[in-house]
Design a binder for this molecule. Structure first.
Ligand SMILES: Nc1ncnc2c1ncn2[C@@H]1O[C@H](COP(=O)(O)OP(=O)(O)OP(=O)(O)O)[C@@H](O)[C@H]1O
Ligand SMILES: [Mg+2]
Length: 265
């Protein structure tokens, strides 16, 4: 399902967090949303999901304005993994993932085989089948993160918004989650946008990249073009260079551990 927004602006009180943000995603596209801390990535995702109100502009899911849809209708089409999701500590993994089916089940229908299959698939895809009966407080940070990803998957929405899905994961699970994202896009046509800090993961895992800085879109294009733009060094104030890995692979950003002084602009 296509996902787009046009000239979206969000203010928190008098602070402007996002300004004139636009984006157009085709069905099955994977988009990485990158940018420094506080640049508006989470705000952009929340605005796309209809969770914060835009002061200007609009977001559309499948060509329909998000602002005109109820939460329930949005949840049937779009699944959102927040950066810091919250749930009661005594909730079990299985209960959390079952909640992911709620948009389909609602208050009046009981879970059927289709729901159970989706739950099982979501647990297995995130390596959590063995932990289903643990409570959330009995999990490590990465396991908890996977439980939330699992709940988002169980929803089986056509659009997936992931706010830093790999942030607490060890490298093995980071690769697994990105591989899962790839399969969801290519095999199921899920449209996926994810905020992510690892530049190389963003470059190798996405079809297109949006780069935000101070709430403004600085770049929208293919990973290779971003590598050639010089914007990574400039935006993040780091020294580094892009290294060719193989002709058919995106280049790898090699960062020097020397921070540049802030820019004056
Ligand atoms: N609920 C809020 N109330 C007020 N200001 C907020 C709120 N949420 C975010 N902000 C501010 O809006 C700006 C954008 O924040 P946002 O969370 O979208 O950034 P981000 O790019 O996701 O950052 P990070 O990489 O740290 O997750 C920041 O200046 C932040 O301080
Ligand atoms: Mg964020």
């Amino acid at each position: 399902m296509p996902l787009s927004c046009s000239q979206l602006s969000v203010n928190y009180g008098r602070r402007r967090a996002l300004h004139g943000f636009s984006l157009a995603m085709e069905k099955g596209e994977i988009r990485a949303l990158i940018g420094p801390n506080g640049s508006g990535k989470s705000t952009a995702l929340q605005a796309l999901a209809g969770l914060v109100k835009a002061s200007e502009g609009r977001a559309d899911i499948g060509g329909v304005a998000v602002a005109s849809m109820s939460r329930k209708v949005i949840a049937k089409k779009l699944s959102f993994l927040p950066q810091q999701p919250a749930a009661p500590d005594e909730m079990t993994v299985a209960q959390l993932v079952r909640q992911g089916r709620f948009p389909h089940v609602g208050l009046f229908r009981s879970y059927d085989r289709r729901d159970e299959e989706a739950i099982e698939w979501a647990l297995e895809s995130t390596g959590l089948a063995g932990l289903a009966d643990r409570t959330l407080q009995e999990l490590s940070g990465g396991e908890r993160q996977r439980a939330w990803i699992s709940a988002a998957l169980a929803q089986e929405a056509a659009i997936l918004l992931l706010d830093e899905p790999t942030s607490f994961l060890d490298i093995g699970y980071q690769v697994e989650v990105l591989d899962l994202v790839h399969r969801l896009s290519r095999e199921r046509g899920v449209t996926i946008i994810m905020a992510i800090h690892d530049i190389n993961q963003a470059i190798s895992a996405s079809d297109r990249i949006s780069l935000l800085e101070k709430g403004e879109l600085r770049f929208d294009g293919e990973p290779k073009a971003l590598a050639e733009s010089g914007l990574i060094e400039k935006t993040f104030r780091v020294k580094g260079r892009f290294v060719e890995v193989a002709p058919d692979k995106p280049p790898h950003f090699d960062v020097e551990l020397t921070k540049l002084p802030p820019s004056n602009s």
